[in-house]
Design a protein around this ligand. Structure first.
Ligand code: G3P
Ligand code: MG
Length: 358
């Protein structure tokens, strides 16, 4: 093992490493584990099931609170995943709490986007489904979809009681968050255009656009279907091209998620916290003293344009590993964003890392 310049009580210790696993196309396809992912992950725990080496999931997916996703992953993969080990596209949205805590904001995407934002502490967040239900005829084809124009009384327990129909219609929407992949593109594009062109009051014309945030910008991703599916980036392109045709100013928005470098920086900080609770050796204690930075951080992904590109933009100590179980399937490395290592499965990736580091 590589000898580190650091030592603890004059006992040389191995330099530390951490791993960030992409989920879709590496660990899972849909709900199905792939690439022997459960076996690969188990190697990062000791016999009593306590984490030995720091790792986390770094996914552009989302739609459920990190706590819920962690228990779902624990059940699917057969290892104990803590919420702090789940970093989703929308995880950084919690940083907007100061600005929008008590403002009316809208969240959209599959799963329960309002619950995600309520868990971060936002007090007046509505899902786009619920928000649209306050405006009759806002979606002229709603009745063909089997949507009923349910009013707030039918909405699940977590809808903020403080929001009444009067507040909603009279109140300006102060921000819109695309938390996960939208379910009904047509309705979401229509209602988001209503909000964004009117300054937050559907029916009005030409107000100042409220901020719009996307949890990711993936054009395509690997789900259960054999070929890639259109991701949030495809939805953003559709919304942006329509918005720019119907409004007098181009759409303004901010995209989060990989390959943004700050996502990898944030992952490094979280891995250092996870390292402190690891049941490994002097490395953890040294990390306690905050004196140890990681020698290598491995990003294991399936999408060169997202996972590999992001790791390379983040720079040292990131090391990119590309698997052939998702978006990328080629024999040779990717031409535009060649990974440091290309393997067939995540099991092979973990094998390589443990051989190299331990
Ligand atoms: O919606 C999921 C998609 O954006 C990609 O997820 O896990 O491959 O980053 P992941
Ligand atoms: Mg992926």
């Amino acid at each position: 093992p590589p000898q580190s310049s650091l030592s603890l009580n004059s006992v040389p210790i191995q330099s530390s490493f951490g791993i960030a696993f992409d989920i879709d196309g590496v660990i899972l396809r849909g709900q199905r584990p792939i690439g022997n992912s459960p076996k690969a992950l188990k190697r990062l725990y000791d016999d009593s099931g306590i984490l030995k080496f720091p790792f986390l999931f770094l996914t552009n997916g989302g739609g459920f609170p990190e706590s819920k996703r962690a228990s779902e992953l624990s059940n699917l993969l057969g290892v104990k995943i803590s919420p702090s080990q789940v970093v989703q596209g929308h995880s950084p949205f919690r940083t907007f709490l100061n600005r929008f805590e008590n403002e009316l904001i809208i969240a959209t995407g599959k799963g329960d986007p309002a619950e995600v934002m309520l868990e971060y502490g936002f007090k007046r967040v509505l899902s786009i489904d619920e928000y649209a239900s306050y405006f009759d005829h806002i979606d002229p084809v709603a009745h063909y979809k089997g949507w009923t124009s349910k009013k707030a009384s039918n909405w699940p327990k977590n809808s903020p009681k403080s929001v009444s129909s009067r507040n909603v219609i009279a109140d300006k929407v102060k921000a819109a968050f695309v938390v996960s992949d939208p379910v009904d593109w047509g309705r979401d594009i229509q209602v988001l255009c209503d909000i964004l062109t009117s300054g937050g009051l559907p029916g009005e014309k030409y107000g100042n656009q409220p901020p719009l945030y996307f949890a990711a910008d993936d054009l395509e991703y690997q789900a259960a279907f054999p070929s890639e599916r259109l991701g949030m980036g495809a939805f953003r392109i559709a919304l942006e091209s329509i918005f720019n045709r119907i409004h007098n100013k181009p759409l303004q928005y901010t995209c989060f998620g990989k390959p943004n470098p700050f996502v990898y920086k944030n992952a490094e900080t979280i891995l250092r916290e996870i390292q402190k609770s690891c049941h490994c050796d002097a490395i953890a204690k040294n990390a306690e003293q905050g004196s140890l930075s990681f020698k290598t951080l491995y990003m294991i992904g399936d999408n060169p344009l997202v996972d590999v590109k992001g790791a390379h933009q983040a720079g040292s100590p990131w090391f990119s590993v590309l698997t052939r179980t998702g978006v990328f399937r080629q024999k040779e490395n990717h031409a535009e964003f060649p990974a440091h290592l290309v393997v067939d499965t995540v099991e092979e990736a973990v094998e390589f890392i443990l051989k190299r580091e331990v």
